[in-house]
Design a protein around this ligand. Structure first.
Ligand SMILES: Cc1cc2nc3c(=O)[nH]c(=O)nc-3n(C[C@H](O)[C@H](O)[C@H](O)COP(=O)(O)OP(=O)(O)OC[C@H]3O[C@@H](n4cnc5c(N)ncnc54)[C@H](O)[C@@H]3O)c2cc1C
Length: 383
């Protein structure tokens, strides 16, 4: 390790993206000999997480008789529990890789060494060679690129999520069902014979800012929005677990911001929701974060590998990191733009009450995203 720095690589944020990036770098360190102070280990990933596969069914309640059709990639959904995924990734990292209770307030580049300095909430300063900001939608690192929290926009739609327990078992079949009526959508997914996960998207109301901490009021407000939904859906809502009920407003970065920003400054870059918060409308934010992680780690590892072949030197230097990050940003730009643009259009279609705007959005979508599974036909490369 360079004596001038406290850490070679600092990843800010231990969500899906931060952990996937750490794991991808760790994996490359096994394959290609990167030596950093935080990713030295010789244990192969040993734990896996369970993937649930469900058939998908869409039910439109807008007509007199409900209309149903299959949906999903190849008519199915592959689901992971976020907590399982996060846990399995964290468990596969070398011990002491993750530092908890450590909030990063800001990052600055040292005017002399050009290395990033991280200001921590406990008052200390950490000097790193490389910083990767995976700190989610309200990223502190993104502000380094002029992307402040205030530049994020809000969809008019918000989302509520929860679980309902059925002590005597539910009668839902093992499928992901999405019901839609006007601007309200309900997604339902059985987790076990007795537990069902669901989410509801509906237009934000003037009361949302007052009720978001009160699950009883959230539930009441959801049931008002869901008038006209089948009784089984209303019952699921009525019996939902209050302790797991969340109402969230949906922030996004305008897709064109992804085209016209440079997401690398010195040896600092960002990934995941820190770069491209999109809202959940095409359900690809987590997947795109993992793709970012793989591409970023590969670009960095390739530079280290090339340098090692030339000089026998395995440490990361600034020039290598800058080149690797430029390559990563370039490789991810259009992929993240299209995912973000698709989600933006779906979100705006749900947001609008104007049939003319909805018609225009549908026309754009049927031209650009004729294949509803287009996002699954992408290969981010191997680890
Ligand atoms: C309702 C909903 C449904 C979704 N459904 C899907 C889906 O079906 N499929 C899918 O692929 N995606 C889905 N997504 C999107 C997905 O959840 C996100 O894209 C993904 O979690 C982003 O991961 P991340 O690691 O970039 O950010 P986050 O998961 O937000 O993690 C950021 C981490 O950084 C930490 N952090 C923040 N600030 C700091 C700081 N200053 N210092 C230190 N640490 C910090 C946070 O505590 C957190 O641990 C959904 C999102 C929502 C809201």
């Amino acid at each position: 390790m360079d004596t001038d720095v406290d850490a070679e690589i600092v990843i800010v944020g231990a969500g899906i993206c931060g952990l996937a990036t750490a794991l991808a770098l760790h994996r490359f360190s096994l394959l290609q000999g990167i030596k950093t102070n935080i990713f030295i280990s010789y244990h192969l990933p040993k734990k896996m997480t369970k993937m649930y596969v469900f058939r998908g069914r869409f039910v439109s309640l807008n007509e007199v008789e409900p209309m149903e059709f299959p949906f999903g990639v190849n008519k199915e959904f592959r689901c992971l529990k976020r907590t399982d995924l996060v846990k399995v990734m964290a468990d596969n990292l070398p011990t002491r890789t993750i530092r908890t209770n450590c909030q990063v307030l800001s990052v600055e580049l040292d005017p002399v060494t050009k290395f990033p300095h991280l200001m921590l909430s406990n008052g200390s300063v950490l000097q790193a060679k490389v910083v990767i900001g995976c700190d989610g939608v309200n990223s502190a690192i993104a502000s380094m690129f002029g992307l402040h929290r205030t530049t994020l926009r809000l969809f008019s739609t918000s989302v509520a999520r929860g679980f309902t327990n059925y002590p005597n078992g539910h009668r839902f079949s093992s499928e992901f069902v999405m019901m839609s009526k006007g601007q309200v959508q309900l997604g339902r997914l059985p987790v076990t014979d007795k537990l069902v996960y669901w989410f509801v998207t509906r237009l934000r109301t003037s009361k949302d800012s007052k009720i978001w901490k009160d699950p009883v009021l959230i539930r009441q407000s959801l049931m008002e929005s869901m008038k006209g939904f089948p009784e089984e859906a209303m019952e699921m809502m009525r019996n939902s677990k209050l302790s797991f009920l969340h109402l969230t407003e949906l922030k996004y970065r305008p897709p064109w911001d992804l085209l016209f920003n440079n997401f690398r400054k010195g040896t600092v870059t960002i990934a995941g929701d820190a770069m491209h918060p999109t809202g959940p409308f095409v359900a690809q934010g987590g997947s795109a974060s993992i793709e970012d992680a793989i591409v970023l780690a590969r670009c960095l590892a390739q530079k280290v590998f090339d340098n090692k072949n030339k000089t026998e030197e395995t440490a990361i230097n600034s020039a290598m990191a800058e080149e690797a990050f430029d390559q990563y940003v370039k490789e991810r730009k259009m992929r993240n733009f299209w995912l973000s643009f698709h989600s933006f259009l779906v979100g705006k279609k749900l947001d609008t009450t104007s049939s003319i705007i909805r018609f225009i959005i549908l026309a754009i979508m049927s031209t650009l995203f004729r294949d509803p599974d287009w996002h699954s036909r992408y290969h981010c490369g191997n680890l």
